[in-house]
Design a protein around this ligand. Structure first.
Ligand SMILES: [Cu+2]
Length: 319
């Protein structure tokens, strides 16, 4: 019963198959394949080009490997060729094709980097006419803390924490910084990640074509509050955006440097609270960078805050 033993072995591997189901349990999204903005569109475009170019090597190599193993198997003695040593055709193929592919990958990487580079002022322009010229670009200052996002609209004198609301068809220019560790601003369906770093400023630009709600988060682990440090990007038509700005302006919470430094205290946002601020002081962003640089803005996470996290999470999820 030799064959039976062998099949028992195969069935043993089948026991691992439920692992495959796990991928369906989490809320898995194929965000990268469902872009909703110019930058994410471009990223997908270049990703497909790159994968296709690499497949030109990987797919034939896989088949050739199987073919070689089959052709030179032990039982087929006729294929034995001990005198064989050189083939010009093979030399041309194994050097020529990789050189060609590396060349093409370099070319497309260069083009792709230019097309999504946050520091290239023409990156958004080069994508054609979808931008309505009548809408002026909107500036948003992003300040990350342990573990929240603050989005300041400096020209509108409002700010909102843990939610980013933007008008569709409008160029958005972001400036980013952090009061704590390095965070990475990432909205997979809209724009690639860019670091927000303490005492420094980075930039990002993007545009959202379709109204909707998109998942944003930090792509860099930042400690115990990290799991709740995500936000929604809400893209609304420009008319609705104007109304939203007015609504946010009613908030009784104002924001100057003093109230900001209270906001920036370590907070695990388990309830995913959104806060609005009106009357935001001009120059807050620059002042925060300065304060972090001179170490005037510096927090230590109290032990008690993370010690009881399990209890807190359980309470939040059970009611
Ligand atoms: Cu890295």
């Amino acid at each position: 019963m030799k064959w039976a033993k062998r099949y028992v072995l195969y069935f043993r591997y089948l026991a691992y198959s439920p692992l495959l189901l796990l991928s369906g349990c989490s809320d898995t999204h194929f965000w990268l394949f469902d872009p909703k903005g110019l930058i994410a569109d471009t990223e997908l475009h270049y990703m497909i080009i790159d994968v296709t170019l690499m497949a030109i090597v990987i797919v034939p190599t896989t088949f050739l490997l199987i073919w070689v193993v089959w052709r030179y198997r032990e039982k087929r003695r006729s294929a034995f060729a001990p005198e064989w040593s050189h083939s010009n055709v093979i030399e041309v193929v194994v050097w020529g094709i990789p050189l060609l592919i590396v060349g093409m990958l370099s070319y497309y990487s260069w083009r792709g980097i230019q097309a999504v580079n946050p520091y290239n002022p023409h990156a958004l322009n080069s994508h054609g006419a979808s931008t309505a010229r009548s809408h002026k670009p909107l500036t948003v200052d992003v300040i990350t803390t342990d573990w929240q996002w603050l989005f300041v609209y400096p020209n509108k004198h409002i700010a909102v924490a843990n939610e980013l609301v933007v008008p569709t068809g409008t160029k958005l220019h972001l400036k980013l910084t952090s009061t704590s560790v390095v965070n990475s601003f990432y909205i997979p369906q809209i724009v690639g990640q860019i670091y927000a770093m303490p005492g420094m400023r980075t930039k990002q630009s993007f545009e959202v074509d379709h109204p909707g709600s998109y998942h944003g988060f930090s792509a860099a682990f930042s400690g115990p509050g990290f799991s709740w440090m995500d936000f929604k990007l809400k893209a609304v038509p420009p008319v609705k955006f104007t109304a939203w700005i007015k609504k946010a302006g009613i908030s009784k919470n104002t924001l100057n440097y003093a109230s900001f430094s209270r906001f920036a205290e370590p907070t695990v946002n388990i309830e995913r609270k959104i806060h609005y601020f009106s009357d935001v002081k001009t120059g807050l962003f620059a002042k925060v960078i300065k304060a972090v640089r001179s170490q005037r803005l510096h927090y230590v996470t109290p032990m008690a805050m993370t010690e009881n996290m399990h209890a807190k999470i359980f309470r939040t999820h059970s009611n």
